[in-house]
Design a binder for this molecule. Structure first.
Ligand code: GRF
Length: 190
């Protein structure tokens, strides 16, 4: 069983999907802690309802990013966390976490990388008139959505689809693809 930390900044639907998979026995892992950088994020309440420990921090309370990430690192080490899963965590990760967790940090991004990195990837893809859209799971490095790709799933955008419909389809893919990819990845590295 993998001891994992999930990092999130917002709604937390991917956090819930991963936790559901664990509860159903589909993913052999335990969420030791949910790390959140937005004290008002909806994901915090979701974790509390599920009895998952949370570490909620405001980066602006720290003198530097290194100091902020050191607090997180200490917690992860105390809890013997082996894998970090970013699920809507809207911050770049620095060497403080990248070095000890090299190749053990993954992210999910709502575009077919390398296209449409960064914020509002779905809006970027719509503005560009993309005919295929999808989801990427990748290792995390110091860049923005630049780490090597682990898995992708795409779909054809139907004529007249609204942004809401596209978002709905992307989230539905994410909630299945993340668990399935983590499962394969962690079985390979057991
Ligand atoms: C997802 O679309 C994910 O790909 C992106 O941020 C969104 C997070 O959604 N990185 P949620 O907070 O998991 O609902």
């Amino acid at each position: 069983m993998k001891r994992i930390a999930v990092f999130a900044s917002g709604t937390g639907s991917n956090f819930e999907a991963i936790h559901d998979s664990i509860l159903k026995g589909n993913l052999d892992a335990e969420i030791a802690v949910l790390v959140v950088d937005q004290p008002k994020a909806a994901v915090i309440e979701k974790a509390k309802n599920r009895n998952v420990e949370t570490l909620v921090l405001s980066p602006k309370d720290y003198a530097s990013k290194a100091e902020y990430e050191t607090v997180i690192l200490n917690k992860l080490q105390e809890l013997q966390v082996e894998e970090i899963v970013l699920a809507g965590y809207m911050r770049l990760i620095s060497d403080v976490l990248l070095t000890p967790y090299q190749n053990h940090i993954v992210n999910i991004h709502p575009s077919l990388l390398p296209d449409f990195k960064g914020k509002d990837a779905i809006g970027q893809a719509i503005a560009a008139g993309a005919k295929r859209m999808g989801v990427t799971i990748h290792y995390v490095d110091s860049g923005m959505d630049t780490g090597s790709i682990i898995a992708q799933e795409s779909f054809e955008v139907q004529e007249g689809m609204s942004k809401e419909e596209i978002e709905h389809q992307i989230h539905a893919i994410e909630h299945v693809l993340y668990t399935n990819t983590l499962k394969k990845l962690w079985e390979e590295t057991k």
